[in-house]
Write a protein that binds this ligand. Structure first.
Ligand code: FMN
Length: 167
């Protein structure tokens, strides 16, 4: 397609809800990002905009909405953990996808080497140090260097077209 063609065709705008629906066909796992603020208050949000970025150095990339309360805490401490959820952890996913002041209150976790909550029963937990924070529309693109990783046996919790799913 050349430029002239682009200018001739009037494309209808893709609105937020429609774009969200279209993106839902990209099947993903489900993760909970955990962190704490500079006063030690823990914070967490459910997310699926997670990808491995680099092997050497080991980097992960996550995208967090500008409006997220967890983002504010993360920026203060500069550390976070990506907890990849297993089948059976749907309730944890639902709780951390809501707004709230202490979502981890009744969720079993231990404190990792960076001081962030590491959720018990996660398929894998990757503790990261924030090394870069880039603008991406209404989200921030956060890049973290992985400093520690733990995995356990189990089956992944999946997300597809707005619903949780299993293999
Ligand atoms: C399956 C699923 C995936 C989500 N993925 C993301 C994501 O990648 N980034 C994001 O910012 N919010 C994502 N959300 C929405 C947040 O979990 C939600 O807005 C949450 O209330 C934010 O909480 P906070 O403001 O306490 O950080 C997702 C929600 C669900 C259910």
């Amino acid at each position: 397609m050349n430029n002239a063609h682009h200018q001739a065709v009037e494309l209808p705008p893709i609105r937020g809800q429609e774009f969200r629906r279209l993106c839902g066909s990209w099947a993903t796992g489900v993760a909970v990002l955990t962190t704490h603020d500079d006063e030690g208050r823990r914070a967490a949000l459910t997310m699926n905009a997670v990808t491995s970025l680099s092997l050497d150095p080991p980097l992960m990339l996550v995208c967090v909405a500008n409006t997220s309360d967890t983002l504010m805490a993360l920026r203060q401490s500069g550390v976070f953990c990506i907890n990849v959820l297993a089948v059976g952890q749907e309730e944890i996913a639902a709780r951390c996808a809501a707004k709230g002041s202490d979502k981890l209150e009744r969720i079993p976790y231990r404190v990792g080497v960076t001081g962030v909550p590491v959720i018990e029963g996660s398929l894998v937990a990757l503790e990261c140090r924030l090394i870069n924070d880039v603008s991406g529309g209404d989200h921030r693109i956060l890049i973290g260097e992985v400093v520690s990783g733990y995995d356990s046996p189990g089956a992944p919790l999946l997300y597809f077209r707005g619903n949780y799913a299993r293999l």
